[in-house]
Design a protein around this ligand. Structure first.
Ligand SMILES: [Zn+2]
Length: 362
């Protein structure tokens, strides 16, 4: 990939990662997606859960193809305020509390007041010996905003349910293909959808694409459920980040950074459509796009809901491998994202009724 193209992709990803949007608060991602695709000949609608559905103007025939990327990120919500003014939390989505202790936290209240704090812990000097060996449980986690007592916290508008964000800076590693940032899961997928829309803006496609930013994936693929019920696609792709196995001590597994598009063959909830996978692999070969297959050893994606479109949809999950999922800093590869963009662009250019018929059950 050329350097200037890569830099543009990086800047777009950075913009999306730096938006704060836990499940149920995805509106800023929606606004950015709309702004960034406003010249790309798409029309917008929202379902009543909040998912953003983008359709291509003047495309009313051919297979319905849904590409879904969830817009929400994991985080925390206020559970209650302790008498000493510190705040206990619950997780929004799956977060291992150990990854946040000692890092910066940000609360956004119901009146949009923003304050910074720390995911607190006991200093090692005064930590009981047996606790040093143990991992931190969510029940022990708290956030310290520096309030002197509960009353002061309340006077600042802190209430149960207020959302609390992890804080992660965006930067590149020694290998500039590897980008670090907050909410890589799944703003990397959102960036991919944005780029596919923009690159296809002047193309007349033999299908009806539905580009969807789904809500509330991290709390149970909820937005995919409602949006797929409205669209009733023939074909559905979930575009999401997935665990990369290329770090010290990780269980062995196939996905790694920089090797291209990781085609998820199955996870705990979804088994991908083999003929649709073959179509993708053939296309990738033809266009020299790096792809490989793997079986996910944990986690699930929007694909779990997409497959249950009315009468079923031929479904595949396409994954962007990521290190340090659901923590303040995730790492992904720009060239993996570029490979996924290219694969989907080529797919949408050619996938017509005849190709759909060729993968249908007889
Ligand atoms: Zn995700």
């Amino acid at each position: 990939m050329q350097d200037n193209k890569k830099e543009k992709l990086f800047l777009r990803l950075k913009q999306y990662m730096e938006i704060e949007g836990v499940s149920r608060y995805e509106d800023e991602v929606v606004a950015a997606l709309k702004e960034n695709t406003k010249d790309a000949n798409v029309e917008y609608s929202r379902d009543r859960m909040g998912s953003l559905i983008m359709t291509k103007k003047d495309h009313h025939s051919g297979p319905k193809i849904m590409l879904a990327a969830h817009m929400d990120e994991v985080g925390f919500a206020v559970l209650d305020i302790l008498d000493n003014g510190q705040v206990r939390v619950v997780t929004i989505g799956g977060v291992w509390p150990n990854v946040v202790i000692g890092t910066k936290a940000k609360i956004i209240t119901s009146t949009n007041k923003e304050l910074y704090g720390i995911f607190g812990h006991t200093s090692i000097h005064i930590l009981e010996r047996e606790k040093r060996e143990k991992s931190v449980n969510i029940k022990d986690l708290f956030v310290d905003f520096g309030f002197k007592d509960k009353k002061e916290a309340q006077s600042q508008g802190i209430e149960p349910g207020d959302r609390i964000y992890m804080h992660g800076e965006t930067f590149k590693l020694f290998n500039p293909d590897l980008v670090v940032g907050k909410a890589m899961d799944n703003r990397a997928g959102v960036t991919v959808i944005d780029q596919i829309i923009n690159r296809l803006k002047d193309e007349k496609l033999p299908n009806q694409p539905y580009f969807v930013g789904t809500v509330q994936e991290e709390v149970g693929t909820r937005g995919a459920k409602t949006s797929v019920s409205m669209i009733e696609p023939d074909i559905a792709f979930a575009i999401d980040t997935g665990a990369s196995h290329d770090t010290y001590g990780a269980i062995t597994g196939v996905p790694k950074l920089g090797a291209g598009v990781a085609i998820n063959m199955q996870d705990m909830e979804t088994m991908m459509h083999p003929k649709l996978v073959n179509v993708l692999v053939d296309l990738a070969k033809k266009h020299n796009i790096p792809v490989y297959k793997y079986v996910a050893q944990g986690g699930g994606t929007d694909a779990a809901e997409l497959q249950y479109a009315k009468g079923g949809a031929f479904t595949v999950c396409l994954s962007i491998p990521q290190r340090y999922l659901h923590s303040p800093l995730g790492v992904a590869s720009l060239s993996d994202m570029e490979a996924l963009i290219n694969l989907m662009v080529e797919f949408l250019k050619v996938f017509d009724q005849k190709m759909l018929d060729s993968i249908k059950y007889q």
